[in-house]
Design a binder for this molecule. Structure first.
Ligand code: ADP
Ligand code: SF4
Length: 689
């Protein structure tokens, strides 16, 4: 049963004319599906409702075609035709008693209108500010445009009501929504009654909320999402000015939704931001308003949540990522099952779905965005199939998730691990600077497996094909992982590069094994995700003089998608790492490496005492191939299937491994679907000409 300390989290609270049943508030978050995958997004929101959230929001919904953020895929409410897909979403949200919220966004200076081809309208005429530096400028809204924009907001509010939403969030946070653009002197340089003093800059939001109240305020709650600090100094909408604004407009929205700063601040990864990182910025704001406040902070601990409410800092616990990693977080607290919470690790893989316009994944919750496509539920597995036993070889994220999910289905599972600890790469990588929270991938699964009577774990068990053939398990799942290459093969080099044997050469595996080089080190990073940067941090802390050379124009290039590239470069530069961009390494000599410019080929030598090669990985698939070569013996050994999964199949981020493990468990003993697509897909209906 529920711990009484957490009762406070389950007290109902009004938001304008509607009431949330508890304090768990899923703030708007992207999912990479948006208008392209409306049923997948709706089903994902429905699962949150089932998981006990009091409030469930959409992601940002573009409320007018004159402001859109193509190529990013969010929602759209441009005309009545958009209402049915949004109604489908609100219905799912409300199915289990949550309030359904829609976030209306007019992107202004942030919307390049690449799809609609409309001239962007912004508070002041300026270049569009996006991730991609689009060569487009916006025109300043004139008085007629402002009147139009107010009317468009009212139209969108009425359509939101038609689509059966209970709450509207006006987006003015993260630098993305027009309300912030009006409020901030950085983006509002007007000299009319909408610019200048804070009162003037707050005029537009006051007008819109008043218009919307008249239109829908009797039945819908209206919330305002602003950032607690624009984080660009005094020119921006600073924390002090946010406080002045709230104090001057105490009762403006029905609820204040306080995000942190930029999106990178608000969704800061665990490598750079702790849980409840924005507490200082939000503390005391409650005294300035009579309306409830929701705030975020990658909250996963019910103690921290209860403290936030008891201390009067927040009224609602806002969660995006924690609700993705565990949609059943509120239910688990309510049922006194704290240890079953699947805590977000703060890796931001979920955000990469939006940034790459694909569809999101979650490292911890492989069912995220597969609720409709594959019918996967985060808490319920499909019924057991015809066979009964599985041997899982390797306990990295792939093997652990396969074991957990297979056991949940009711199979007898033996998990064999060559080492004396569970976790594979995660157990190694969690020791690296800034990555300790990633260990939750193992902690969650290790605990869950320990609770299952149908799992046996065997340590110190480096299995070979002969022993597996002797054991007599019906199904064999090979999850033996991968190791870093030391020959430089990755993207720049498709065949091994010349290496002089006199140069001490390290891979990330050597360093994670505790073999730390000393002196002057060159890290060659042709992997482009986190590993090169993390090792640079580690080696500087160990006293090395570090140069990191990468053929990319950005350090840890792919981390643009996890919103941490900027923070990584800043940190490494601050630590004194010599960051060399746009250069490869063509050969490793005794005492130096030869580096080439990726544009001109101009060579330059970098002296060093050792080289760390962060290139690509080699699959540990030898065991699988040995078993395959003895396929004729399988039937006598009672083996029905042998499958290779995770990094041993094809190396990738940890989220790819947990997904592979989960998929294996779901599909074992499943019917052969032949050439059919293994997921459901939504296709736009052809218009009648
Ligand atoms: P993944 O990311 O695919 O889960 P990891 O590299 O994290 O892969 O984990 C693979 C795990 O498999 C490691 O813990 C490793 O010790 C273990 N392993 C590798 N080969 C064998 C083997 N032949 N028998 C048992 N365990 C193995
Ligand atoms: Fe958290 Fe990572 Fe899952 Fe996102 S992908 S919800 S950051 S665990």
């Amino acid at each position: 049963m529920r711990d009484p300390r957490y009762d406070i989290l389950f007290e109902p609270m009004d938001i304008g004319p509607v009431t949330s049943k508890n304090r768990f508030y899923q703030v708007p978050h992207c999912n990479g599906g948006g208008y392209r995958d409306p049923s997948a997004a709706a089903a994902m929101r429905g699962i949150k409702s089932q998981g006990g959230w009091g409030v469930v929001f959409t992601e940002q919904c573009e409320m007018h075609h004159t402001s859109e953020i193509t190529p990013f895929i969010e929602l759209r409410l441009w005309e009545d035709k958009d209402i049915p897909q949004l109604r489908k979403m609100s219905e799912k949200m409300k199915e289990h008693g949550a309030l359904a919220g829609i976030q209306l966004a007019y992107s202004g200076i942030n919307g390049p209108n690449l799809y609609s081809k409309e001239v962007p309208l912004a508070v002041s005429a300026m270049p569009i500010r996006t991730f991609t530096n689009d060569p487009v400028q916006a025109r300043a809204l004139d008085k007629t445009d402002i009147r139009d924009l107010r009317r468009w907001f009212v139209n969108a509010a009425k359509r939101s009501k038609d689509a059966d939403f209970d709450l509207i969030c006006l987006y003015g946070a993260h630098g993305f929504g027009i309300f912030q653009h009006f409020l901030s002197r950085a983006t509002n340089q007007r000299s009319d009654e909408y610019g200048g003093s804070l009162e003037n800059r707050a005029r537009f939001v006051n007008e819109v909320i008043s218009d919307m109240r008249d239109a829908v305020g009797d039945t819908m709650g209206i919330t305002l999402r602003v950032s607690l600090d624009e984080t660009i100094g005094d020119l921006g909408f600073s924390n002090a000015e946010v406080r002045d604004f709230i104090e001057m407009n105490r009762d403006l929205p029905d609820l204040w939704d306080l995000a942190q700063g930029t999106w990178e601040d608000c969704s800061g990864p665990s490598r750079f931001k702790e849980e409840a990182a924005q507490e200082q910025l939000v503390r005391g704001i409650h005294d300035l308003t009579d309306k409830p406040i929701v705030g975020v902070g990658r909250f996963t601990s019910p103690d921290v949540m209860a403290k936030m409410i008891r201390s009067g800092t927040l009224d609602f616990i806002g969660c995006a990522r924690p609700s993705i990693a565990d949609p059943f977080l509120p239910k688990k607290i309510e049922e006194g099952r704290i240890e079953d919470i699947r805590e977000c690790i703060g890796c931001n893989i979920c955000i990469t779905g939006d940034m790459t316009m694909s569809i999101s994944r979650c490292t911890q919750n492989p069912t995220f965005m597969e609720e409709w496509r594959k019918g996967w539920h985060p808490e319920q597995m499909n019924a057991k199939g015809t066979s009964s036993s599985v041997l899982v070889v390797g306990s990295g994220p792939a093997g652990l998730e396969a074991t957990r999910a297979l056991a949940e289905r009711g199979y007898d599972v033996a998990l064999a691990e060559a080492k004396t600890v569970l976790g594979g790469r995660v157990t190694r990588e969690r020791q690296l600077p800034g990555l300790s929270a990633w260990g939750r991938v193992v902690d969650y699964r290790e605990y869950q497996i320990s609770q299952k009577a149908n799992v046996e774990t065997y340590f110190d068990s480096a299995l070979d094909a002969g022993s597996i053939l002797e054991f007599g398990f019906e199904n064999i799942c090979i999850a033996t992982g991968a190791r870093w290459r030391d020959d430089g093969v990755s993207r720049q080099h498709v065949v091994p590069m010349p290496v002089n044997g006199d140069m001490p050469l390290y891979t990330p595996d050597h360093i994670m094994d505790g073999k730390i080089p000393s002196g002057k080190i060159v890290i060659y990073d042709d992997d482009h995700y986190y590993m090169g940067g993390v090792l640079a941090e580690l080696l500087v802390s160990a006293g090395c003089d570090v140069t990191i050379i990468t053929p990319s124009a950005y350090l840890s290039d792919w981390t643009v998608n996890t919103l941490e590239q900027h923070a990584i470069h800043k940190k490494l530069a601050g630590m004194g790492v010599n960051v060399v961009l746009n250069r490869g390494v063509t050969q490793i000599e005794s005492g130096h490496v030869v580096s080439d410019c990726v544009y001109t080929g101009t060579e330059q030598n970098f002296d060093c005492d050792a080289v760390v090669m962060v290139a690509s990985k080699l699959e540990n698939n030898g065991l699988y191939h040995h078993l395959k070569s003895r396929e004729s013996e399988w039937a006598d050994a009672g083996i029905k299937s042998v499958r290779l999964i995770g990094d041993a199949n094809a190396p990738g981020p940890i989220a790819w491994a947990t997904y592979a493990g989960h998929r294996y468990a779901r599909e074992l003993d499943g019917e052969d679907i032949g050439d059919a697509l293994p997921f459901r897909r939504e296709i736009t209906e052809l218009a009648v000409d």
